[in-house]
Structures are given as structure tokens and as C-alpha cells.
Design a protein around this ligand. Structure first.
Ligand SMILES: [Zn+2]
Length: 141
């Protein structure tokens, strides 16, 4: 069971940013502590704003918007027993995208997706029982 996240530990993030965008109001409380620690370290290293395009997604919303073949397995999808293991960071230009990906890889992110206007930063399965997704991958949207 993961400890409750103390959002005061994160200078550049708050729980609301990670809530599901469907309006259900949930998700921020289901973000992996490991993910948050890594995101803050990457953000500090990069030295530029990390704007969260998409954090947690409830199962209903995931079914509507996810590009994953198994939406339950998406890094974004949270359930009562499954934590959010990834987030999409908005990108506006090539240099910013490089800084985010460089910092993310240096801080141990093993799941990176490159989209038009965002990068996905995700982690493996350290906190969750059972494998969800492969590590050491970069995909395109
Ligand atoms: Zn939702």
C-alpha cells in the first residue's frame, strides 16, 4: 500500500493537475509516489515548466480517450487498486521537448511517448503488483 502523497513535497506540482479530465474529480490521490518523486526530480533538472496535459484517467474516461490497446493497462488509468504511473507533459517546441526527455531519462523514466504537443513520461511497475507495461521503450503517437 502506498503512503499518502504529501503534495507539499512537490514545488512544481499539485494534486489537481493530475485529476482525470472527465470531470469525475478523481485521480490526483491515485498518483504513484514513485512517479511524483521522479517527475519532480526531472522538472528540477530540466529547469523549465512541466505543464500536465493528462495525468490520471478513470476507467470510463480511459475507454474514451486512450490510444492503448488495453486501456486498463495504460499508465494513466487508475482504479481502486491501480495507481497512475505516467503523465503527459505539454511541449511547445523542439528544444523544450529535448530538455524534458533528457531530464526524464536521466531521472530514470523508462516509458516515454512522443506526441504532437506533448511527451508521455511513465514508469514501470515498482509499486504495483503484476506487470502492466514494458520498460525501456519510446513510442510515437
Ligand atoms: Zn474520470
Amino acid at each position: 500500500m502506498q503512503r499518502v502523497i504529501n503534495w507539499n513535497n512537490y514545488a512544481n506540482f499539485n494534486a489537481t493537475e493530475f485529476n482525470c479530465r472527465c470531470g469525475c474529480g478523481a485521480g490526483g490521490e491515485r498518483v504513484s509516489l514513485v512517479l511524483m518523486n521522479m517527475l519532480q526530480r526531472a522538472r528540477t533538472r530540466a529547469g523549465i515548466p512541466f505543464s500536465i496535459n493528462s495525468g490520471g484517467r478513470c476507467q470510463k474516461h480511459a475507454a474514451q480517450v486512450s490510444t492503448a490497446s488495453n486501456t486498463l493497462a495504460s499508465d494513466h488509468t487508475f482504479t481502486a487498486t491501480q495507481l497512475v504511473l505516467g503523465a503527459d507533459i505539454r511541449t511547445t517546441d523542439n528544444a523544450q521537448r529535448w530538455r524534458i526527455i533528457d531530464a526524464a531519462q536521466r531521472e530514470g523514466f523508462t516509458r516515454i511517448g512522443i506526441g504532437n504537443g506533448f511527451v508521455h513520461l511513465g514508469i514501470g511497475t515498482r509499486e504495483n503488483a503484476g506487470a502492466r507495461n514494458p520498460s525501456n521503450v519510446i513510442w510515437l503517437y
